[in-house]
Write a protein that binds this ligand. Sequence first.
Ligand SMILES: C=C(O[C@@H]1C=C(C(=O)O)C=C[C@H]1O)C(=O)O
Ligand SMILES: [Mg+2]
Length: 461
Amino acid sequence: MIEIKEEQLEDILDKAIKKIETQHGMQLLSITKKIAPLDPLHFFEVAKGMKKNRTFWTSTIDDFYIVGVGNAVEIVAEEERFEVTENQWSKLLDEAIVYNPYKVPGTGIVTLGGMAFDPKKPRTDLWKKFSASQFTIPEYMLTKEDGSYYFTINIRLKRDDHAIQLANELEQVEATFFSERPRNTNGLITNEKIEIQPSEWKDSVRQAREEIRKNKAEKIVLAREVRLKFNKKADITTVLENLIQTQGNSFIFALEKNDDCFVGATPERLVKIEKDHLLSTCLAGTAPRGHTEEEDMAISHSLFHDEKNRQEHDFVVRMIKHAIKNYCTDLEIPDEPVIYPLKNLQHLYTPVTATLKKGYSIFDIIKQLHPTPALGGTPREESLQFIRDNELLDRGWYGAPVGWLDSNQNGEFAVAIRSGLIQGDEASLFAGCGVVKDSDPEAEYEETNIKLLPMLSVLGG
Ligand SMILES: C=C(O[C@@H]1C=C(C(=O)O)C=C[C@H]1O)C(=O)O
Ligand SMILES: [Mg+2]
């Protein structure tokens, strides 16, 4: 990676073009500049007119946003996805020219993306636009961090490009993002809500419980699907806006692939890395919120002391500890969970902090962690096999890591739950729950109902 400093756009472009030696050669150039405040949702909305795939990420926990438009480069992997992605990413970084005077996480060359929950489960038509693993380096990107705004352009230059002309075009693009764009935000109604095989799903919970009682597994997470039909095409900007307003303490994301868009508001961080500081979370065990403060406190209290929920949770804590211990030092995990409140429900939550050892990347950690027993089960292989053989849906990217990383080894991935695949005027929503030896199929069904609420309520349901 070559870094350039203190120059004008035209000079930067000119120097980069001159490095291209052959007629068919390409040079990836990344330029970041600080800009005036620009609403990330406005940026996302304006990009709609550019007819390019858009990518949205925010951690409402730290008021951090990345919005990407288009693909300067895409890294797609069907097999050996962690290795392939990491190799292509580091090769790309080696060859890129980067102009980024700010050492701010999420600026400069950043890649955003996600992957399928289980690449061994045959892909159905529903998820046909999403590969086993797909990461994009956007053409244009807005980053909001610590109250400042950064605009990044990633461009693939050819030898016969003209610096002056390109500089003009890029300045126009930047101005476009600041231009007005009227929005039509209201009126989405869910006309039809089709639960996919609810009674068969309860049977599969019973069957999983049997496996567990026969000691073939300890925990198996089973998900189900709800199909929605709307009165009109869902407007993704509005969906995101409503998720941001209603789902604090969450990671809100959207990944567009042509006319399909995978959207969610998940509370579950898989891993965050800033410099060598690692954060992960164990999130499992669920109860609804109370209608009054008193009732809410009573529910929290019983969730905290409930043996079945504590068991669901402890499997996750033990596994995460085991999975990352060889990759870090200073691993710290409290002995007891705390309550993590969300708008519609509350969870048991245990934070994990550690120092990442030199030589390891966020990919190494994701590879170890995914799927945790919060989405797969315990033991991993047995529970995954059960899901593969018995679950009644194609999870696609639901329940899998989604997030971003930059060229300075910073990055963050969440587990894509509380999510759905929006396809024009229809959508599929997904929710699952951890089945353990004392699970009651009816109660688990109700638990998935509340997990569907965050998405349902922003889709006019
Ligand atoms: C599987 C989901 O959530 C997971 C399952 C939980 C549980 O069963 O208690 C809680 C949080 C997540 O780990 C989902 O929301 O779809
Ligand atoms: Mg549960």
